[in-house]
Design a protein. Structure first.
Lengths: 231, 231
DNA sequence: CCCTGTTTTAATAACATCATGAAAAAATTA
DNA sequence: TAATTTTTTCATGATGTTATTAAAACAGGG
């Protein structure tokens, strides 16, 4: 089940979008403005953001810029003014598509689906949001091949291990609580104990150390895990 | 001289397009519907297809899906309804561009030329449908003959087995989930159990082992299948 | 330095997935 | 229609993965 963060200051529009997306079997989180959106994004796991451009507090473009500092999560812009400038800026700034108001909910859902289909790993693990290929320092990840390399050496991870590392790799600076890792790497609604997460982390570390990488994931005592800073 | 297959149920439109393309020095073949188009495509060599979306029998989208199972031939969609959905779906499904009716013949020819220039100059697709034959290591596949060889020995696969292996062979490094294999190797909208996929994979392996190939498809536990890496 | 709570480690139990053989169901062919 | 091939499903045991547990190691605060 895909998790969509919808950001718009108009409650009515939020309602419409939310309804349409939920009918299309997606899990929706709502935010009123850019600040709330950023907050929510950093506290949970999100596959795609529907982001209105014109908002009080922090507008969509600025919000996008902030998000893009740590994440390549797909963003679908909403623009109420019909002028071209906003659209172009929106795309230039790192959005994946845009819809101009007024829009039909059906169109919005269609576009969301197109983007998700493009970016999600191909049905292999529904719920991992991912670019097809990710490179970070000496690390390289390919969703399509479901494989990950340290330098030239492939690291043989299991499906769950791969999902976790992919998630962490997508926001290299973020510290992930065990709860968020769970949300992101597991099917919707599945719960395991925190110790289980630890266990997987250990296995990932072990496998990486076997190919000569002694530090892949760092522990943030009392908080969670993050990608080792040297990566 | 480039060979264009034009598919539309409206005789008048076929006429207009045909006239325009021939004036632009292309060889045109015509088809009334998706079924005829598939047939014609499989019997001749085509550089590009102009494909109407709304047709009786088999519509453009489904026709495209079928064609995409064996070929990457460029497709230019024609859409009479001006709504966004069709466009998006059309592109999602593996089309190269679209034109909405009513269109000027000149615009259509221009777009055809752009696509041809792009695909021909890649050298990948020398005007001939290059997907017909595939070679990968000791493996050789011929879509036209519907046959596959290991070294010099032909491996007698059934239609379904052939479709699956062809799909896998087209992206040798990719790991295919059973769901994706299903989408790719079966008619649109047909569902079978995951165990059925396994069963076919087993038969493929068996038949290959009978001609001396002990490793043709690898299992990715919890994910799916991929071409064996030694190929 | 000790106490407390957290993380790592390692061993094991529980679980899910896959390969296999056999056999029903469906589609082709004769 | 009968015979044959192909496709699909089911049941089983084998295999590989994941979750849990408990104990040891570690970090931070007084």
């Amino acid at each position: 089940m895909n998790k969509i963060l919808v950001v718009d200051d108009d409650p009515h529009i939020r309602e419409v979008i939310s309804f349409a997306l939920e009918k299309a079997n997606m899990k929706v989180t709502l935010a009123n403005d850019g600040k709330q959106a950023l907050d929510s994004f950093n506290k949970s796991s999100v596959d795609l953001i529907v982001l209105d451009i014109n908002m009080p507090e922090m507008d969509g473009l600025e919000c996008c810029r902030e998000i893009r500092k740590n994440s390549e999560v797909p963003i679908l812009f909403l623009s109420s003014r019909d002028d071209e400038i906003d659209r172009i800026l929106g795309l230039e700034i790192g959005g994946d598509d845009y819809v101009t108001k007024p829009f039909s909910p059906r169109e919005l859902v269609a576009r969301v689906n197109v983007i998700l289909k493009r970016t999600l790993s191909n049905g292999i693990n529904n719920g991992i949001n991912s670019e097809l290929k990710l490179t970070h320092g000496r690390l390289q990840l390919d969703t399509e091949q479901h494989a990950i390399w340290w330098d030239e050496k492939e690291v043989p991870l299991t499906a769950t291990e791969f999902a976790m590392l992919a998630q962490i790799l997508k926001q290299p600076k973020r510290v992930f609580s065990r709860e968020v890792i769970m949300e992101g790497a597991y099917q919707f609604n599945i719960h395991v104990s925190d110790r289980t997460i630890d266990s997987h982390i250990r296995h990932i570390r072990q496998k990486f150390s076997e190919v000569g990488c002694e530090s892949i994931i760092e522990t943030q005592h009392g908080v969670g895990y993050k990608l080792a800073s040297c990566q």
